[in-house]
Design a protein around this ligand. Structure first.
Ligand SMILES: [Ca+2]
Ligand SMILES: [Ca+2]
Length: 462
């Protein structure tokens, strides 16, 4: 067991340190506006980094992100807006382990191992030495230099694993701030390729993460680290243990141990998905040959458009919010409303059938004959169509008129008559049709009667 007085004096000073500064996150707007089903890449920068070493980056939630663990992920947004929170962790420069590089020899730490000396000092298991090359303390250990300098001027802790789990290889007491995150980091290398060590951190008797298996390759320095939250602790007994219980092999070196406070910089961005859902209603004011349609925009989205483009389907358009349009002639029109906000555009289409609102009235006449004799009855019948109720008007061309739907009329004098029929519907729309009637006199000389009147005259004679 070795305890360094210098080590405790160092920690007493550190304990007075205030919360460590961290870098700032720049260039992340509070809000980004995007269209639905689009992508946006975040590009924040870290400022005032100074000596702080970026550690981990985490975006949450990870919903829609291609990689939540990089500083500039791309978010794929559907139709839902999303807030993303960014936490960037950094390692403060101050290493709370004083003899972190073993340049101070065997001082500054506690170990359950026995220090060995000389070229075979580490032949027994459960021994250690602080030297510049493992081959100096065991004839079978690989020859390599430390991690700090990589030459004979540096030192490392060389260990022949004890074979007993949870044996403390290295331990220090450290004064910590409560409710603070720390990162415990070490470099390690294998001295004999057989059964490489399984190293694990332990703080205040609690194991961190899972054991880290060293590579079989000797002299290959690798780093492993664990995060730890101090909670209510103001003191941390930090240690490194070897979980490898096999004696053959299980020989390793430690160097460059660091216990550093983690600072956290946070920021967030709200990705607002522009929500345009245009709909319109309409009311019609029917006309006889055209309809006036009053359109009303209905906003069913979360955002109000900046621009409206109404395409009436007849070659004309409007940019008004609630346009009024005359459709002429009556018919079917494909209406399209396009709205825009920023770069986002949505459309809504609807077929407008103006004929649904009012039908043009049509006046048709059915009559039982076009040629009649004087005083011969002619039946007229209206085939008029339109919006009911309909009104009928007949002008027989001889000074007589009628407002009946069907009527029998007789002419008293021969000649050509134009019958005018007017149908007027419920919207006061009217249509006129005409038919010509020829009225002839009965022949005065028999036996060559006019063929048209022969039958009638014979009947009259009976
Ligand atoms: Ca070193
Ligand atoms: Ca061994």
């Amino acid at each position: 067991m070795k305890i360094s007085i210098l080590y405790f004096a160092f920690l007493s000073v550190n304990a007075l340190a205030q919360s460590s500064p961290c870098f700032e996150i720049l260039n992340l707007p509070d809000t980004i506006h995007v269209c639905k089903n689009t992508q946006v890449q975040f590009n924040p920068n870290l400022d005032n980094v100074g000596t702080i070493i970026p550690l981990d980056t985490t975006w949450s939630p990870s919903t829609g992100l291609d990689n939540p663990d990089i500083i500039n992920p791309t978010a794929s947004l559907g139709t839902i807006s999303q807030q993303y929170n960014l936490v960037v962790e950094g390692l403060t420069d101050l290493n709370l382990i004083e003899n972190w590089d073993f340049s101070l020899g065997t001082t500054g730490f506690i170990t359950s191992y026995i220090e060995g000396f000389g070229s075979s000092g580490l032949v027994p298991e459960g021994t250690f030495a602080v030297v510049s090359n493992p081959s100096l303390v065991h004839p079978n250990f690989a020859s390599f230099y430390d991690h700090t300098y990589g030459n004979s001027s540096g030192s490392m802790m060389v260990v022949n694993g004890s074979g007993t789990a949870n044996t403390i290889v290295w331990l220090q007491d450290i004064i910590v701030k409560p409710d603070t995150w720390y990162d415990f980091s070490a470099w390690a290398a294998t001295c004999v390729s057989q059964s490489p060590a399984l190293l694990q951190f332990s703080i205040n008797g609690v194991l961190l993460d899972t054991p880290f298996q060293l590579p079989n390759t000797t002299g290959n320095w690798v780093n492993f680290h664990s995060k730890w939250h101090s909670g209510s602790n103001v003191n941390a007994e930090i240690s490194i243990i070897d979980q490898q219980t096999i004696l053959g092999g299980n020989d390793f070196a430690l160097d460059d141990l660091r216990f550093r406070e983690i600072c956290k910089a946070t920021d967030s961005v709200f990705v607002h998905v522009i929500d345009l859902q245009p709909v319109f209603h309409y009311d019609s004011i029917p006309g006889c040959t055209s309809d006036q349609i009053n359109f009303t925009f209905v906003n069913e989205g979360g955002d109000f458009p900046e621009e409206f483009i109404w395409d009436f389907g007849d070659g004309t358009s409007s940019n008004e919010l609630n346009p009024v349009h005359i459709f002429s002639p009556k018919g079917v029109y494909e209406m399209t409303l396009t709205v825009r906000k920023g770069d986002c555009v949505e459309t809504y289409s609807l077929e407008i059938n103006t004929a649904d609102f009012i039908k043009p009235v049509d006046a048709f006449i059915s009559q039982d004959k076009n040629v009649a004799c004087i005083n011969e009855s002619i039946s007229f019948y209206s085939l008029g169509q339109g919006n009911y109720p309909l009104e009928f008007f007949w002008d027989f061309g001889d000074g007589n008129t009628s407002e009946d739907f069907e009527i029998a009329h007789t002419y008293e004098n021969p000649g050509y008559y134009t019958v005018t029929h007017i149908v007027t519907d419920n919207y006061a729309c009217s249509d006129t049709t005409q038919v010509d009637i020829e009225v002839i006199s009965p022949p005065q000389i028999i036996p060559v009667p006019d063929q048209n009147c022969a039958l009638v005259n014979q009947q009259l004679l009976i």
